[in-house]
Unconditional design. Sequence first.
Lengths: 208, 379
Amino acid sequence: MGKSLAEALVKFDEDAVLGEVTKRLDDGESPMQIIRDLQNGMGLIGEHFNTGEFFLSELLMSADLFARAMEILEPRLEGTAMDTIGRIVIGTPKGDLHDIGKNIFCTVAKAAGFEVHDLGVDVPVKRFVEAVEEVKPQILAFSALLTTAFNSMKGAMDLVTEKGLRDSVKVIVGGGVVTETVMNFIGADGYTTDAMDGLRQCQEFLKL
Amino acid sequence: MPKETMTAMERMEAAVKLEPVDRIPCAPLMDIFFPARFKGYTILEALRDWKKGFYSIVDVFDEVGGWDGMILPGYSVATTPHVYSGVSPGKNLFPGLDLGQDEPTQFEEKEALTRDDYDDIINLGWNGFRLKNKDRFNPMDEDRIVKWTERQIGRYKTEIEFWKERGVRSLCGAMTRSPLMILSTSRSLMEITKDIYRIPDKLEAVMEAMMDDLISDSIEAAKFTGEPGVFLVMERGGGFYYPLKIYERFEYPHMKRMVEAFAAEGLITVMHLDQDYTLNLPYFLDLPPKMVVAELDSTTDIFKAKEILNGHMCIAGDVPAALASLGTPEEVEEYCKKLIDVVGKDGGFIMSTGCTCPVECKMDNFRAMVEATKNYWPH
């Protein structure tokens, strides 16, 4: 049963995925088990993406379907804590309103078992720092498509350092405009232009 | 410094036609954001006042001792006198209205079109659909739209003429987008992707119904402005997003037909390719030779592009936005020299910014790009 759900997700078979999620819930199955099966499906999609067999469009389709399945499942968790492997605080910094890449990353990170705290777009410097203080994440992630975000990210990093929080988090920056130069400018630990590579780096961070 | 034996106009023309050059020409893609910062204007000030905006570009030109060409002559819209089909119905966010006064314009990723619109587009064509829905996509009344259109085309022609008098070639007299680009930005990337997978035949019919208007309006606009080139925006159809089987069905055939139709009218096409098109490069060999400029933003492998497209089409690009904004002049110079060494070998190359010159670009870095291009010629 779990295999068929994962396979249906890999094929973006909307009716099969949502139908099976609903049916298994109606049959009284644990939502956490269904989520694990969906996560296995997203894991397979990640593997296909990493080998070049799948493209961003396939990641988009499956991430959207995963998110919709989660909308059905989350209300049924009834206070059950989800198994998570770590916490990520993420946002698009002040001056940049783009969120496509960020949203894809959030979904694949959730599917991989991260607890993701998405601050949204155009996020002020202070808000990042507040979220790091509140959530105590292992990872702080910035998503940027515009060069206007560079100074905002640097400002957030300076404030994180000033508050003595820098050693408590690994920092990654992702987005179409991001390069090693940007990573060095803001003082991050990693950078990426690809959601799955970003996820891989976050998983690596936790092993340290 | 190489001995210059060509005018800037001749150098640009030779680069596009893959003929020998005395050195690589430089032609940044320049909107008003970086020039406004240079002049100390807010983005809003430069956008509202055309003279302030346009002449801030001219001031950047003078500050660095000039360059050879403009991909686009300024920031006015190369529209036709009646309808402008190349604009996406999606919403742009403007400084002073939706954004802070000194923030660059940004695009809002929302569904301006729905699947329910598709039948109308198929039945009415793109312009017919837009006309039917003009109140929905544009809050201005018809009189104001006509005046806006006349103002834009008038300014566009003025910008082209201004550069001509300075001996600078503007490459494009019109601007349009591929059907996929228009639909992706007006349906949203997520929704158009669902359409591709869920209703491919319907989507294909929609795209087909858009083609005649996109082609004929671009040709008309280019003839009206007098500059024989079309700026064709394609940012969302490449291998970064989609597998080749999707590219072959939903982007490539339309791109090819547009470029061929423009070439038949003597118009070159500047393909504005944002995001990584490396996988798609071999397809470009089917486009009319010496009639296309592949303008790259630094995410496509420009060196691979040279390997594949050498002798077939001109390449423009691709000083990365991050390098221009955060790098040093020495780093920019080194990168530009590498471009000239490899991509500039045998000509067919225009030094340019990777996508538009970023608002955070440092003037010394911009100067380094222009000076490296003027002063370095190893071939």
